[in-house]
Ligand binder design. Sequence first.
Ligand SMILES: Cc1cc2nc3c(=O)[nH]c(=O)nc-3n(C[C@H](O)[C@H](O)[C@H](O)COP(=O)(O)OP(=O)(O)OC[C@H]3O[C@@H](n4cnc5c(N)ncnc54)[C@H](O)[C@@H]3O)c2cc1C
Ligand code: FES
Length: 275
Amino acid sequence: MSPVHVTAEVLASKRIGAFQHVTLVAPGVGERFRPGAFVAVSVGTGGYHLARRAFWIHQVRPLGGYAATVTLVVQPRGEGTRWLAGRQRGDRVEVTGPLGGRPFALPKEPVPVLLVGEGYGAAPLFALAERLRERDCPVNLVLGAPDEAHLLSALEARRTARAVTIVTGDGSVGARGSVADVLPEALRRSGAAVVYAAGPATTLHAAALAAEEHGAWSQVALEQRTTCGTGLCLGCPVPVVGEDGVARTARACTDGPVVRGDRVRWDDLARGASA
Ligand SMILES: Cc1cc2nc3c(=O)[nH]c(=O)nc-3n(C[C@H](O)[C@H](O)[C@H](O)COP(=O)(O)OP(=O)(O)OC[C@H]3O[C@@H](n4cnc5c(N)ncnc54)[C@H](O)[C@@H]3O)c2cc1C
Ligand code: FES
């Protein structure tokens, strides 16, 4: 998956709940995309430039006469995300992608799978669900958020998956609680052989633990800060255990962003430790 750097054009920008869905014409990016890949966007124009910001590729679709437009889900909160969310149709944005040495690995057999996502972090799971369905894998989905506004595409989730469990912190939609609360039951009901998770590290950790207890594999999409995104700066360390049982440091951008959940040293990750 060799990335390209392009000047993309904003084709559409739509507010849905707490998120801004930004669709870009970014020639070459969508064509190379695999679920779990991300892009780096240079935020800021004119007199000021900030570090590039990473965004999951949510959807790749033919739209407006273009073969493979790329949609990002932006939760405006800091300088960079507010800048991108404020772009209008016709604006130009510098984009590098698709990035990520290891996107989600698809099972060889049509096994049942459980996809677990939280907030905007669930963005990479929707394209993954489509690919899994093409392989005849029964797709089950757990979607979580603090409240309804931060719940990503619940309607689309119901169209994509065989069974959907929704959980919100304030109980405004679905069950009240956290993703971790509903995981054991969702795993039992789905009989999943593989759990795919995307979202905050606490959710990824919970998904990896629940999968292990259930005897399933897990694949987690890490959201470590990335600076270069290409494996050069060593600025995105992930503490892991290698297949030989020896502690190592992986790079989220090129050895990930998707890694096996049972390989991550979660306590060290939470402490920001590597090595
Ligand atoms: C693989 C990946 C996928 C992501 N997908 C999404 C997504 O789909 N939607 C979404 O809303 N967010 C996503 N994020 C998170 C998003 O990139 C960061 O939260 C965002 O960079 C925050 O930017 P901000 O400017 O709004 O915040 P700010 O609060 O302005 O930035 C916080 C501070 O962190 C620094 N910083 C921010 N980003 C980086 C970086 N990439 N490298 C180094 N320093 C940085 C800034 O310089 C600033 O000092 C993703 C992150 C990663 C790593
Ligand atoms: S961000 Fe530079 S090595 Fe990963």
